[in-house]
Design a binder for this molecule. Structure first.
Ligand code: DAH
Length: 337
């Protein structure tokens, strides 16, 4: 007959085996041996009912206590062994997962590039193509072929950066010379835009910088009028700045267009003050310019415009100072990525 001493002995053997299990596999064996269906303790527990009534209570109680003690020891030992195993793995596998990775931060397009691509899309959708020209231009394309007469202030070295040692070469002060280069190589009809950097000895204030960006446009076809120019400009201004944009076209003078206009748009600066800002100059291509490139002014008419890309960014985002666009301060640029 089973005695309470037998139960104690079974429990102590089980606890010793559990404590002695050096691996999770050995622990599992001990679990099956001491708490499994065929273990001594399970047999005792399932035989309780056959005991004389006065023994059932005390025997059942101590067998259950023994089983609980063994199960608690199993759980505790299992945690210990798992901890040891993790420690061993971490030692063997020396990859330090806490080191920072070597991934590079994703780059982003500069705000001006974003604006340029957006304006290009608008014109591409209207059927324009993109043209390009040199930033160091000769005097002929910079001025002469654009009908800028000798003695015009734009030609003076106080306005334009000339190249030392090359009196007829200068950094282009506008993208307009690309118009001439396009017409020299192509017969009408022409619909082109030419974005790019331009350089002037401009006094530096919040809306000027010695280097800035323009986007030139030129359309030459039969029957083009100022109405086409206005329709195009207003369409583009609305696409860029919203349908509600307020604008005015003011008469102006440019040597290479006649008549000439300037487009002003209303915007709200950082202090909430409404302002007018000149976004572009434009006009009907002067027949003199057609003369330089060999287009027949009796047959063809054209319009042209040059818009300030930096100013579009300024109006769009209420930038307080144009120069922020050229200082490469990531705290500023990241706001637009
Ligand atoms: N080039 C002029 C400027 O920089 C802008 C301009 C005016 C461009 C009239 C044009 C134009 O093509 O037709 O101020």
């Amino acid at each position: 007959m089973t005695t309470p001493e037998d139960i104690t002995a079974l429990r102590d053997r089980a606890l010793a085996d559990v404590a002695g299990a050096g691996t999770l596999a050995a622990l599992e064996e001990a679990r099956v041996a001491h708490t499994g269906r065929k273990s001594g303790l399970t047999e005792i527990l399932s035989g309780i009912g056959k005991l004389p009534p006065e023994l059932r209570g005390p025997m059942g109680k101590s067998a259950n206590e023994a089983r609980r003690a063994v199960e608690a020891a199993l759980t505790a030992r299992k945690e210990e062994l798992e901890g040891e195993e993790l420690g061993r793995k971490l030692l063997e596998d020396r990859t330090d997962i806490t080191l920072p990775g070597d991934g590079r931060p994703a780059g982003a397009l500069h705000l001006l590039t974003q604006v340029r691509l957006e304006v290009e899309e608008i014109f591409l959708a209207l059927g324009y193509r993109i043209a390009d020209g040199p930033e160091i231009e000769d005097e002929y394309h910079n001025f002469t072929a654009l009908n800028v007469p000798q003695g015009h202030p734009a030609r003076s070295s106080s306005d334009t950066f000339y190249v030392a040692g090359h009196p007829h070469a200068a950094l282009r002060p506008q993208t307009s010379p690309v118009q001439v280069r396009v017409m020299e190589t192509q017969e009408p009809p022409v619909y082109v835009i030419a974005p790019g950097a331009v350089y002037r000895r401009d006094d530096v204030d919040a809306t000027h910088s010695p280097m800035f960006h323009q986007l030139e446009g030129l359309a030459v076809d039969e029957g083009l009028s100022l109405a086409h120019l206005k329709g195009t400009l207003v369409h583009v201004a609305r696409e860029l700045l919203g349908d509600g944009i307020e604008y005015v076209l003011r008469p102006h003078f440019f040597p290479f267009t006649e008549p000439s206009v300037e487009l002003y748009v209303r915007w709200t600066d950082r202090h909430g003050r409404p302002q007018w800002l000149e976004l572009l100059g434009a006009g009907m291509v002067d027949p003199e310019v057609f003369g330089f490139v060999g287009y027949d002014p009796e047959r063809w008419t054209g319009f042209a415009f040059g818009m300030g890309l930096d100013r579009i960014a300024m109006v769009r985002h209420g930038l307080p100072d144009l120069r922020l666009l050229f200082e490469s301060d990531l705290r500023f640029l990241e706001q637009f990525s």
